[in-house]
Design a protein around this ligand. Structure first.
Ligand SMILES: [Zn+2]
Length: 203
């Protein structure tokens, strides 16, 4: 340990162990995280979804610390995990795009979590990153019930440009798949021919 590390101890963001000042995670957390990808794949009518791992233990912690802990620098590490999944399976995508953060989480986090990762992945694969989807908050109307308001408060997506080609779509956590399905439908409406979906974790 050098002098700086004694005065300003730097701790692993996931387990709290002391680490070098230039690091974000300790070696044991890193080696556990890099064990993937799991052989997990879900077939849908218009697209297949590939996952890096299950939404549990270290991977879950990593995603939560990245999204809710304001640790945006973790985007590089999460990109590397997703790249391991993307390069394992054959694809002929020309572009990368992502499921955008909702307006309210953009406000509270200050960054588009999957947008940062998409840019890093595009750079590594040397393919173009294009923002096609945007999220918007539907406005509530007078006289609506609480449940109607809650249904509207759920994020909704729209496409902001017409695109032609084959796309990689990335997202963080896949639970029911409804968000990804909505996004794939919008991409198809915008003109996209083929979509390959890669998610960091399967809940
Ligand atoms: Zn650790």
């Amino acid at each position: 340990m050098n002098f700086l590390e004694m005065v300003f101890p730097n701790k692993c963001l996931l387990c709290g162990k002391n680490i070098k000042i230039t690091e974000l995670l300790c070696q044991s957390c890193l080696s556990e995280l890099f064990r993937g990808p799991v052989p997990l794949r879900e077939k849908n009518e218009f697209f297949d979804v590939y996952f890096y791992g299950r939404y549990e233990s270290m991977l879950k912690k990593l995603i939560l610390v990245y999204k809710n802990g304001h640790h945006w620098r973790l985007y590089k590490l999460i990109s590397q995990l997703l790249l391991k999944t993307i390069t394992r399976y054959q694809h002929d995508a020309d572009f990368v795009t992502w499921v955008p953060s909702s307006f309210s989480s953009l406000e509270s986090r200050g960054f588009d979590t999957m947008g940062l990762i998409a840019k890093s992945i595009g750079k590594s694969l040397n393919i173009k990153v294009v923002k096609i989807l945007d999220s918007y908050a539907k406005s509530t109307k007078k006289g609506m019930s609480v449940s109607e308001r809650l249904a509207l408060a759920k994020e909704s997506f729209t496409y902001i440009r017409k695109m032609y080609g084959r796309f990689i779509l990335i997202d963080d956590v896949y639970t029911t798949g409804s968000t990804v399905k909505e996004c794939v439908n919008l991409l198809r409406k915008s003109g996209v021919q083929k979509v390959y979906v890669y998610c960091v974790a399967r809940a």
